[in-house]
Write a protein that binds this ligand. Structure first.
Ligand SMILES: C[S@@+](CC[C@H](N)C(=O)[O-])C[C@H]1O[C@@H](n2cnc3c(N)ncnc32)[C@H](O)[C@@H]1O
Length: 461
């Protein structure tokens, strides 16, 4: 791999930089694969990846993070589609430490993940929050916001609001969030080992433009953080202009203080002590992971007052809501309809969800349960993926690997002795989606846009 000489030159003098080790590790091209398990679906002892001989070893800074001894075919693993795990680069999982060490996660929190697609950090945050908390998961680019929504649905949480807003729009929510995560768009040098295109696209000018954009994004969103709230800033760039320079600019320009994190020496993460605060660098020859930078801040002053507002959204009348009781526990949920779609919102955060819907471009919230047709629910895929579904009252048909892959490809398949009507297609005990078993065929309700397009099934024997 030919790394740009201007790039190597720009890293000289950075804390922990070792040119020879850096060049060697990029030339060695040894892939590191890691996944994060979904604690609401799977536990550590369960089978994770279909395929023989894949061994797991823990990512030391993340309770549910595991390195895999080789990269299996995730596409053909039904558990991947069931949302049992997320394939995520290990250094990024350090977000867990930033949250755990600075925030009482058992409290009821409002968290914003501002640059969230495709959803690595958002699914992680979701796993760390209490059921009474709310995560706003935002992505500015519409097509990417759709991918984010799909990953949020697959992860199965019920307390997330997915939005498609510009950072500037969050000025409508002064002092609203307890925590804001800005995993900023960057020049991407931390991913050079995985993405040769990123090497070709790198330039000093791109780094400068990214640095300016990062400043704009941060300045736009900071008013939405409450007094004493936590800002977590990260990039997958090695460039000082996008890392230490932003850290110092934040401290100099806003009423923020740097919050140091405790590191275990064996993690081999490099602490950067800039003049005004701490940041954390991940060098790939020191940690098992890609290049990454993170820095954490606490806001010292208050910004504006959260305004008064009048709730607008009406919950579904009791008679219609009762029709949903067959499918899920409705005691701590409220139902709202948008067109013919019925969403389930957490009762405890009904007003927060409503407030957000009035101020932001919400593309998904809570759990889309389905459509009501003559008081009968046609269940949505999101309900099958969620944990609010009462699985005890729906039949789950266990599929073999071949049947499960056919189901996920939306192909025809048959099942011996399947019951009749709506039921879950299951694999290894985990729901994959809905199917409706009729006397002479099975209607496959796996969403068309999610179906596996590849044909070849690897040999896992
Ligand atoms: C590093 S990626 C986020 C990765 C994500 N946090 C994860 O863990 O999966 C940065 C995101 O910022 C978005 N973005 C690009 N320009 C932006 C802008 N001006 N304001 C806010 N977000 C932007 C990109 O579309 C991209 O999805």
């Amino acid at each position: 791999m030919q790394l740009p000489s201007a790039f190597i030159h720009s890293l000289q003098g950075l804390t922990g930089f070792d040119e020879e080790a850096f060049v060697d590790i990029h030339n060695a091209a040894v892939p590191v694969t890691s996944v994060r398990l979904n604690p609401i679906k799977i536990d550590e002892t369960a089978r994770v990846i279909t395929g023989a001989g894949v061994k797991k070893s823990p990512v030391p800074w993340c309770a549910n993070g595991y390195y895999l001894s080789r990269r299996p075919s995730f596409t053909f693993d039904p558990l991947f589609h069931a949302g049992c795990y997320y394939v995520q680069e290990a250094s990024s999982m350090f977000l867990e430490q930033a949250l755990m060490q600075t925030t009482e996660l058992s409290n009821d929190l409002k968290i914003l993940d501002l640059c969230a697609a495709p959803g690595g950090k958002s699914t992680h945050i979701q796993s760390l929050l209490s059921n009474q908390s709310v995560l706003v998961s935002n992505e500015i680019i519409k097509a990417r916001a759709g991918i984010l929504r799909d990953n949020i649905v697959k992860w199965g949480g019920a307390n997330v609001v997915v939005t498609n807003n510009d950072p500037r729009d969050f000025e409508r929510l002064p002092g609203f969030f307890d925590v804001i995560v800005v995993d900023a768009p960057c020049s991407g040098s931390g991913l050079f080992r995985r993405d040769e295109m990123a090497v070709e696209e790198w330039s000093e000018q791109a780094v400068t433009l990214c640095s300016q954009r990062q400043q704009r994004i941060l300045a736009d969103v900071l008013p939405a953080l409450r007094e004493e709230g936590i800002l977590i800033y990260s990039t997958c760039s090695y460039s000082q202009q996008e890392d230490e320079v932003i850290l110092e600019w934040l401290i100099a320009s806003f009423d923020l203080e740097s919050v140091p994190l405790k590191l275990q020496p064996e993690w081999n993460i490099t602490e950067v002590s800039a003049a005004s605060g701490s940041g954390y660098r991940f060098w790939p020859y020191r940690v098992k992971g890609e290049g990454f930078f993170m820095s954490v801040f606490r806001k010292k002053n208050a910004t504006g007052n959260p305004e008064k507002y009048r709730p607008k959204t009406k919950a579904l009348p009791a008679r219609e809501a009762a029709a949903l009781g067959r499918w899920m526990d409705i005691s701590d949920r409220r139902f709202v309809s948008f067109g013919d779609k019925i969403y389930s919102w957490p009762a405890v955060n009904f007003e927060v969800f409503d407030f957000l819907a009035q101020r932001l471009k919400v593309i998904y919230s809570g759990v889309l349960t389905g459509a009501l047709v003559r008081d009968k629910l046609i269940p949505d895929h999101a309900l099958a993926m969620s944990r609010i579904l009462n699985e005890a009252v729906v039949t789950k048909t266990a599929l073999s690997l071949e049947q499960a892959v056919c189901y996920l490809q939306r192909k025809d398949f048959s099942v011996d002795n399947a019951g009749k009507g709506w039921q879950l297609a299951g694999f290894d005990g985990f729901p994959l989606g809905w199917m409706n078993v009729l006397p002479n065929r099975i209607n496959n309700y796996y969403p068309k846009e999610l179906r596996i397009l590849k044909e070849r099934i690897p040999d896992w024997s």
